[in-house]
Design a protein around this ligand. Structure first.
Ligand SMILES: C[S@@+](CC[C@H](N)C(=O)[O-])C[C@H]1O[C@@H](n2cnc3c(N)ncnc32)[C@H](O)[C@@H]1O
Length: 265
């Protein structure tokens, strides 16, 4: 039986208050004004107050997203782009705000993510280059390979020649750097990539360490030390190098890169 508003509000605890608000919303829903104002208030103003998360939704969705392999069926302009779509949207927002002149990606695969970065950067409209490094470019899609704004380098990501290449591109394209680590996801390899980038990144540059959701954060528990543990190890050694961009990391409620949104100090 529905409560009267006054009954619902009397001696209201937090839950009671929500029950009252729920009732009010139902009232508005049931009797919209001719202008639809009631309905708009109910859905726009009250809905966020009425929502009661259990706090397990982000983790469950993260697990669902990973374990159904939907990320493996995600494409950009027809080319595989193995990311969560909310992370991609987040990257687009970061790129727009940061306006880097150089994007460095470790781990190309088919090239969908490199093409995504190049597409966003072109739309921003300032001079830029994308460098995408992979140990093996056999999977690289010809359409991505033809992109004039992307330099593809077939190499291990952690060798000094890659550091030299980044240094050269930095001086050719002065400005901010957005770097993203998405190659071999073992702790030691990611740690080596972070250390390679240490002298190459400057204050305000952005580092995204992908797939730190492995090894039970929350996916694939038992996978073994991965990117999450690499970030921990790096921060143990160099505690003042980065500030965590917590607001962006939490913006969409979940990410494949927990703890991995880093701004160079
Ligand atoms: C997860 S995939 C990259 C996905 C791609 N960034 C995307 O979003 O679609 C990882 C890639 O890292 C490459 N890789 C593995 N070990 C590597 C290494 N030591 N150095 C550079 N690339 C490596 C693999 O060949 C593979 O193509």
């Amino acid at each position: 039986m529905a409560l009267k508003p006054r009954e619902a509000a009397r001696g209201a605890s937090f839950v009671d208050r929500n029950a009252f608000l729920r009732f009010t919303a139902a009232l508005f829903e049931a009797r919209p004004t001719p202008s639809g104002l009631g309905r708009r208030i109910a859905s726009g103003v009250l809905a966020p107050l009425l929502y009661q998360p259990t706090d397990s939704e982000p983790e469950e969705y993260n697990k669902w997203y990973y374990n159904t392999n939907v990320w493996k069926k995600t494409t950009w302009m027809g080319i595989d782009c193995w990311k969560s779509v909310s992370d991609l949207w987040n990257y687009q927002e970061i790129l727009f705000d940061l306006k880097p002149s150089l994007v460095v990606e470790f781990g190309t695969n088919q090239g969908g993510s490199a093409l995504f970065f190049a597409s966003v950067m072109r739309q921003i409209g300032e001079t830029f280059k994308v460098l995408s490094v992979d140990i093996n470019h056999k999977a690289l899609d010809p359409a991505a390979r033809r992109d004039p704004d992307i330099v593809f380098v077939e190499s291990r990501s952690t060798i000094p020649a890659i550091a030299e290449h980044i240094r050269r591109l930095r001086s050719e394209f002065p400005g901010k750097v957005f770097a993203i680590l998405d190659s071999d996801h073992s702790r030691d390899h990611v740690l080596a990539e972070m250390k390679l980038l240490r002298p190459l990144l400057s204050a305000g540059d952005y580092l995204l360490v992908e797939d730190s959701m492995l090894n039970g954060h929350p996916n694939l528990p038992g996978w073994g030390p991965g990117p999450y543990e690499a970030i921990e190890a790096y921060e143990h050694e160099f505690p003042t190098d980065y500030t965590h961009d917590v607001a962006r990391e939490n913006k969409f409620g979940w990410t494949f890169a927990p703890n991995g949104f880093l701004i160079r100090n």
